[in-house]
Design a protein around this ligand. Structure first.
Ligand code: PLP
Length: 455
């Protein structure tokens, strides 16, 4: 990190600023994922589908803040909603309950089959954390199961086997629990069980063996936002968890509003017990939410959900419930941005158009790569996909080992020089404002990049 070579002669200012950042910010980045070699690009402006860096270079943005900006940068309806909320409220935040919390809750209850009640958090990480704690509190059981390769935020209980080193990862049918950071106490390694994604038989065996101690299973219905769960796998997982009394948690932080307005659960027609949301929900501001079955969600009410209306939270005979708090939870300005985003997506034809332009881009990219004789496929569902350099089927984390990452990385660096932005090796997210022209420019840039790397 922090050395001086350039991505191109046009990124000198970014490189210089990055060096300065390294003096005051470890590694020059405020999230490890934002770093890439030799220096990340320092962005200064966004507009629609475009990002502009400190050197004034324009990029068509496919990172879209890791999928959050489904309306693109600076959508006027979001800006308007935020300005109106600030003006009407006369303050940024009340620090008390307010009506937008209810408006958004009704919206989520209407859209998501698995959501009867809602609580807000400040990030997707906090939403999955609260969902896991809720499962533990509700069942009284001590362990969690998660899938290999699935990301739910960077905390002790789940920062395990996200990108495990294959030397440590163990048998594909019975993966080891591999910590992904220093500082994770052994307790969490011992109490988190890793499951093989899209392998129903192996998953069932592990779940049955640990049913007595498993509070919940958490998964990304679409791993990393691009590897879909098989429908039969999903159905089977729902059936087994129900039978074994294990809470099924859908982490829809990425799939929420992206796979459909009702997330993956709507598309798969599966009701999870708990759902975590984030990203799109905040309209580009930090937010998260958890929703779920009333009976389970009520455990986080003051007094553990018992007699709250008659006895009140000040009742001296308090039960120990589930503690959930946060200074900024249910932030009105952010909920206004989120509601404006959802309302824009609800306009007739919007999601269809988004899916159709994603499909067009995917098809045209596949065509270009195949013309160049490269084994490549796009993998994804809805409005997110990834470019995978292999024709082998991709069903889980381990299958990604078949892909030619070196070639993909080389292309991604050429693309940066050609004004196409996603972090090298990252997936592609689409927005409703990516135009036909953006798509054809992107496809042409890939064609150009392929010529350059294969010269
Ligand atoms: N869950 C999933 C599936 C995610 O993709 C992410 C973020 O990328 C998170 C949880 C964590 O959300 P946040 O970064 O808002 O804390």
């Amino acid at each position: 990190a922090c050395h001086t070579s350039l991505i191109s002669e046009k990124t000198e200012t970014s490189a210089k600023l990055y060096e300065k950042a390294c003096e005051v910010i470890p590694g020059g980045v405020t999230a490890n994922i934002k770093y890439f070699d030799p220096h990340p690009l320092i962005m200064e402006k966004g507009k629609g589908s475009k990002l502009y860096d400190a050197d004034g270079n324009e990029y068509i943005d496919y990172l879209l803040c890791y999928g959050a900006l489904i309306l693109g940068h600076g959508h006027p309806e979001v800006f308007h909603a935020v300005e109106k909320q600030l003006r009407d409220a006369g303050t940024t935040i009340f620090g008390t309950p307010h009506q937008l919390e209810m408006t958004m809750a009704h919206k989520l209850i209407d859209l998501y089959p698995g959501i009867d009640m809602v609580r807000y958090t400040n990030s997707g990480l906090e939403a999955t954390l609260l969902a896991v704690r809720t499962a533990m509190a509700y069942t009284g059981k001590p362990k969690l199961a998660k899938f290999e390769g699935h990301y739910h935020g960077g905390y002790d209980q789940v920062l395990l086997s996200v990108n495990p080193d294959m030397d440590q990862a163990g048998d594909a049918n019975l993966p080891n629990t591999v910590p992904e950071s220093k500082g994770i106490p052994d307790y969490y390694v011992e109490n988190t069980i890793i499951l093989p994604f899209n392998d129903l038989d192996a998953t069932e065996q592990i779940l049955r063996a640990h049913a007595h101690e498993l509070a919940g299973v958490i998964l990304e219905p679409i791993q990393g936002g691009f590897i879909p769960a098989d429908r039969e796998f999903m159905k089977g997982l729902r059936k087994i968890t129900e039978e074994l009394g294990i809470i099924l948690i859908f982490d829809e932080v990425k799939t929420g509003f992206r796979l459909s307005l009702g997330g993956a659960q709507k598309v798969y027609d599966i009701k999870p017990d708990l759902t975590a949301l984030g990203k799109v929900l905040g309209g580009g501001f930090p937010v998260g939410a958890i929703g779920g079955k009333k009976e389970i969600m009520m455990i986080s009410a003051p007094n553990g959900g018992k007699d709250i209306l008659t006895a009140g939270a000040d009742n001296t005979d308090q039960e120990l419930g589930l503690y959930h708090s946060g200074t900024y939870n249910g932030h009105p300005t952010i909920l206004a941005a989120g509601l404006a985003t959802i309302e824009r997506l609800e306009q007739p034809g919007t999601m269809e158009q988004l899916f159709s332009s994603t499909k067009t881009l995917r098809n045209q990219l596949e065509e270009v790569y195949h013309t160049h004789g490269i084994d490549m496929q796009t993998v994804g569902m809805g409005s997110i996909f990834n470019i995978i350099m292999t024709k082998e089927p991709i069903k889980n984390y381990r299958d990604m080992g078949h892909a030619d990452m070196k070639l993909r990385k080389a292309i991604d660096y050429e693309l940066l020089k050609l004004g196409i932005y996603t972090k090298p090796l990252n997936r592609y997210s689409m927005s409703i404002v990516h135009s036909e022209e953006d798509i054809s420019r992107t496809v042409e840039a890939h064609d150009q990049a392929l010529k350059l790397v294969r010269r």
